[in-house]
Ligand binder design. Structure first.
Ligand SMILES: [Zn+2]
Length: 414
């Protein structure tokens, strides 16, 4: 070991190492670009008992293995701190415990400084890229990421949650799904979980209970017409009214309309190039397209008939609650007598969901806000690239969609 000299005190100051710890030695490995810094504590020092918090516990013995912590790079050198940790024997609680060091989170192999840098990098680039850049395995990075995201999620206030929007998003190329539960009022993703069956509602309900929120606090839920969601809401949230998302209702209507057009284009090949005209909202068409659809819509085409039914359904949302009910039932009569198979089918589906569709006139809830969240989820997917597990993807959703303020504390050594 070298003498205690000027070189050490530079490191000691730069690291912010404080008494009783000091730099005892260092080694610059020029082949592997590693700077190893060895720390020790002054004999006779007292430490905080990690069992009871007594600040003046005496050292009992020293754990023999060398513990290491990755620190910020020293220029091109990876910096590793080394120390053997003392165990204290406390004269208050009488327990023998290994101490916690001040430069790192208990159990973490990184210093606060390094974790803080990792979190910054993971905010800006894909985790796999960060892993390559810093030369660590990505599973170690994900562990750090999870720790801080979980901590930030626990700090969110759930006490006023009462209106929830539910939607699903694909996790990997449409094979697997993640269901999101969003607080309509705060627009926060409260919970996300694998799958899109009725069981996800059960998981959400126990998640709320873990956060001291009674399922009966949930009064309104907005979702698509998935039977699994409907059943789950009815079982788990008996106090909740369901609103079926009107965008989803119109999507089903559009699909039926397009089916009518495709059936008809066999005899009417001219319909082939008109798909857009029927499906787009009138105001989203250019002048030429608008003129064209205005001419088409009053023809004897079956597609035109289906289109008129779509316009009528769309009009329902401009009514007041009372007239909407009337309007819906008239529409239903008309649709079921239309002799257009796809339209009859969709009318029957909507009839079955009438209550939830008309609930919109009270709740005014749609899944529209989830579109904004979904674009953040897609950004999360890019940032989580190569995320290996759905759990990692979900943590990235929380961090990105909720714009979590992740603070690595105490953010300094010593
Ligand atoms: Zn103690």
């Amino acid at each position: 070991m070298r003498d205690f000299n000027q070189e050490y005190s530079v490191f000691q100051k730069a690291l912010g190492i404080e008494d009783p710890w000091y730099v005892i030695d260092y080694e610059l490995n020029q082949n592997d670009y590693i700077l190893d810094i060895y720390l020790d504590f002054r004999r006779g020092s007292e430490f905080v008992c990690t069992h009871c918090g007594h600040p003046q516990a005496k050292v009992h013995d020293i754990v023999n293995d060398d513990r290491t912590w990755r620190h910020l790079n020293f220029w091109q050198y990876q910096t590793i701190l080394h120390a053997r940790l003392p165990r204290t024997k406390c004269n208050l609680c009488n327990k023998i415990r290994t101490i916690h060091v001040e430069w790192s989170r208990p159990g973490a192999g990184f210093t606060w400084f390094f974790e803080s840098e990792l979190m910054q990098l993971m905010k800006e680039m894909p985790v796999a890229t960060v892993a390559r850049k810093v030369g660590e395995h990505d599973t170690r990075l994900w562990r750090v990421f999870h720790y801080y995201v979980d901590k930030a999620m626990k700090e969110l206030d759930f006490s006023n949650v009462k209106r929830i929007a539910i939607d699903e998003t694909s996790s990997r190329r449409g094979h697997e799904y993640v269901t999101l539960f969003v607080d309509m009022d705060t627009k926060l993703v409260l919970f996300a979980t694998e799958g899109k069956d009725a069981n996800v509602l059960k998981k959400f309900s126990s998640f709320l209970k873990d956060h001291n929120v009674e399922p009966n606090n949930i009064k309104e839920v907005c979702s698509d017409m998935s039977p699994a969601f409907k059943k789950g809401v009815e079982t788990e949230f008996p106090e909740a009214h369901i609103t079926f998302d009107k965008f989803h209702v119109m999507k089903l209507m559009n699909e039926a309309l397009d089916q009518v057009r495709r059936n008809e284009q066999i005899e009417q090949p001219g319909l082939k190039k008109t798909r857009y005209l029927w499906l787009k909202n009138h105001k989203n068409l250019n002048t030429e397209q608008q003129e064209k659809i205005l001419k088409l819509k009053d023809t004897n085409l079956k597609t035109a008939r289906a289109y008129r039914l779509k316009l009528s359904l769309q009009e329902m949302w401009t009514k007041t609650e009372r007239f909407a009910t009337l309007h819906f039932n008239e529409w239903y009569q008309w649709a079921t007598r239309s002799q257009l198979e796809p339209i009859i089918k969709v009318a029957q589906t909507l009839k079955k969901h009438e209550q939830g569709i008309l609930r919109w006139f009270v709740s005014k809830m749609t899944n529209g806000l989830l579109e904004g969240i979904n674009s953040l989820v897609q950004a999360a997917k890019r940032k989580a690239r190569g995320y290996r597990t759905t759990k990692n993807f979900i943590a990235m959703i929380y961090a990105t969609a909720n714009k979590l303020l992740i603070s690595v504390e105490p953010h300094k050594l010593g």
